[in-house]
Design a protein around this ligand. Structure first.
Ligand code: SF4
Length: 242
């Protein structure tokens, strides 16, 4: 008797969800303290730190932000900052002109359109200059407790290597992961994948021998001389990261 295609695909989904559950449990056991690496005290500080973290390490951002938030303690002070001076203040995070512009535009928009409070919905956050789904999900998950998956370079790489997503499009990866993991785990999953990506599943030379996921990972031991046999990575070529 022929099994209907719909049933086969539901079975596959169940198997993948089961594998996802095991991956989550192992990561959680291994990184019980995993949390966001950016330092912040308020939603607005997190927004600024996240904008500054584009193409920059979180460690570098954490060096810059204490003085920055002392100098510009409110949204209004960022909105009214001298652009050139702000550029100098954040220069070491790279792309400082675009970032200064985004921070100032965001601050003005929040003051003018949202009564000085960082908005709490994806839809509203996406109206802010320099805020895409990744930044919005960082804000929602870490400042407001709204589950979200921010697809950065580590999350993208891990999702692909673990076979949870076959695309290179961050939004599709986000939705692929959302379909496999329960909503209440999304923000934690984010931190876990980032921790594992920084420590073990490194872009150029993943440490598969040491990896707690190697029995569940379809890409395990498929890397040699910095070359990946993972089809998504092969297609786009190797990329460096922070
Ligand atoms: S087994 Fe290797 S490729 Fe798979 S998650 Fe671990 S380090 Fe990454």
């Amino acid at each position: 008797m022929k099994v209907p295609a719909q049933e086969i695909s539901q079975d596959r989904k169940r198997i993948e969800k089961d594998r996802a559950k095991k991956v989550f449990a192992l990561l959680k056991k291994n990184y019980p303290e995993a949390k966001i690496a950016l330092d912040f005290n308020t939603p607005f500080e997190l927004l600024v730190a996240t904008i500054l973290s584009a193409q920059c390490t979180d460690a570098r951002v954490n060096i810059v932000t204490p003085d920055l938030f002392r100098k510009y303690p409110t949204l209004k002070s960022f909105a009214e900052a001298d652009r050139r001076e702000l550029e100098k203040d954040i220069k070491s995070t790279g792309f400082f002109r675009q970032k200064a512009k985004a921070v100032m535009n965001c601050s003005r928009a929040i003051v003018e359109k949202f009564g000085g409070e960082v908005p709490r919905t994806m839809e509203e956050l996406l109206t802010l200059d320099g805020v895409g789904r990744k930044t919005a999900n960082v804000l929602l998950g870490n400042a407001f407790g709204v589950p979200g998956i921010a697809v950065d370079t580590h999350v993208r790489r891990l999702a692909q290597r673990l076979g949870f997503s076959k695309t290179d499009d961050p939004t599709k990866i986000e939705f692929d992961l959302m379909g496999l993991f329960p909503k209440n785990n999304w923000t934690t999953l984010n931190h876990l994948l980032m921790s594992h990506g920084r420590k073990i599943c490194i872009a150029r030379a993943p440490k598969c021998e040491e990896c707690i996921l190697n029995e569940l990972c379809p890409s395990a031991f498929s890397f040699s001389s910095g070359k990946s046999r993972n089809p998504v990575e092969k297609k786009k070529g190797k990329k460096s990261e922070n």
